[in-house]
Design a protein around this ligand. Structure first.
Ligand code: SAH
Length: 222
C-alpha cells in the first residue's frame, strides 16, 4: 500500500518535471513562473474525469462549458505580464482558479473576477485548500474591471475580448502591463499593452491563442 502511494507520487513528480521541461523548450524560462507552475497541483483544478491528464500540456474542460487553460499558455501569459513581487494584479476570468494560483505566487495581491457563481465558489474552495491568503475574489462582469481597487500594476484577461479592452486599460497604472487575448473569432491574438507613463501604450502581439469569449454581464445559472 505504502509502496503504491510512493509509486504514484514518483509518477506525478515525473509528469511535473516533463511538463516543466516542455514549457522551457517552448520559451517559458522565467524561473519564478516555472517554480509557480511546478509547485501548483493542477489536478485539484480539473474535474475528476480529467485528473489523469492534469499534467499534460493541454487545456481541459471545466464546469459551465468553460476551460482550464493550457499550462504553456498560463506560463507564457504569466511571463509576459512581468509580475513583480510587490505588484497588485487584476485577473479577469477566474474559471478554475489555476491561473489565479500561479499569479498569487508571483504577486503581492491578486484580485480576480468571474461571471459564474458556481465556478467562483469552486475556485474559492481551492484557494482555501491551498491556504492562499493574497487572493481577493469577486462575482461580477470583469469587463468592467474593479474600479474600487484600481489602479493595478498588472491586468491579465483570461477570456477573449472582442476588441481593445478600454475600461480595463483605464484601470492600469501609467507604466502598468495588461495581457489579453483580443479577437472575435475562434482564434485570437494574445496582446501585451505596456503603459508608456503618459497615458499611451506600446502594443505587441505575442502569439495566436484560443480562449472562450469574454461575455457581458453575469451568467444566469439555475
Ligand atoms: N484562468 C482560467 C481560465 C478560465 S476560462 C483558468 O485558469 O482556469 C475563462 C473564464 O472567463 C471563464 O470561467 C468565463 O466564465 C470567464 N469570463 C468570461 N467573461 C467574463 C466576464 N465578463 N467577467 C468575468 N469572467 C468572465
Amino acid at each position: 500500500m505504502a509502496g503504491q502511494e510512493h509509486e504514484r507520487e514518483e509518477d506525478s513528480a515525473e509528469k511535473r518535471a516533463r511538463l516543466i521541461l516542455s514549457l522551457r523548450s517552448q520559451g517559458v524560462t522565467d524561473p519564478a513562473v516555472l517554480d509557480a507552475i511546478e509547485s501548483t497541483p493542477r489536478d485539484i483544478f480539473t474535474p475528476d474525469l480529467f485528473k489523469e491528464r492534469a499534467w499534460e500540456d493541454s487545456a481541459l474542460p471545466i464546469a459551465c462549458g468553460q476551460t482550464i487553460s493550457q499550462p504553456f499558455i498560463v506560463g507564457l501569459m504569466s511571463q509576459a505580464l512581468q509580475v513583480e513581487p510587490r505588484a497588485r494584479v487584476l485577473e479577469i476570468g477566474t474559471g478554475s482558479g489555476y491561473q489565479t494560483t500561479i499569479l498569487s505566487k508571483l504577486a503581492r495581491l491578486v484580485y480576480t473576477v468571474e461571471r459564474y457563481r458556481t465556478l467562483l465558489a469552486e475556485a474559492e474552495a481551492r484557494f482555501r485548500r491551498l491556504e492562499l491568503t493574497n487572493v481577493i475574489t469577486r462575482f461580477g462582469d470583469g469587463g468592467l474591471g474593479w474600479p474600487e481597487q484600481a489602479p493595478f500594476d498588472r491586468i491579465l484577461v483570461t477570456a477573449a475580448a472582442p476588441e481593445e479592452p478600454k475600461a480595463l486599460l483605464a484601470q492600469l497604472k501609467p507604466k502598468g502591463i495588461l495581457v489579453a487575448p483580443i479577437g472575435k473569432g475562434p482564434v485570437q491574438s494574445l496582446r501585451r499593452y505596456v503603459g508608456d507613463g503618459h497615458g499611451g501604450f506600446a502594443v505587441e502581439t505575442l502569439t495566436d491563442v484560443r480562449f472562450v469569449p469574454l461575455l457581458e454581464g453575469v451568467a444566469k445559472e439555475p
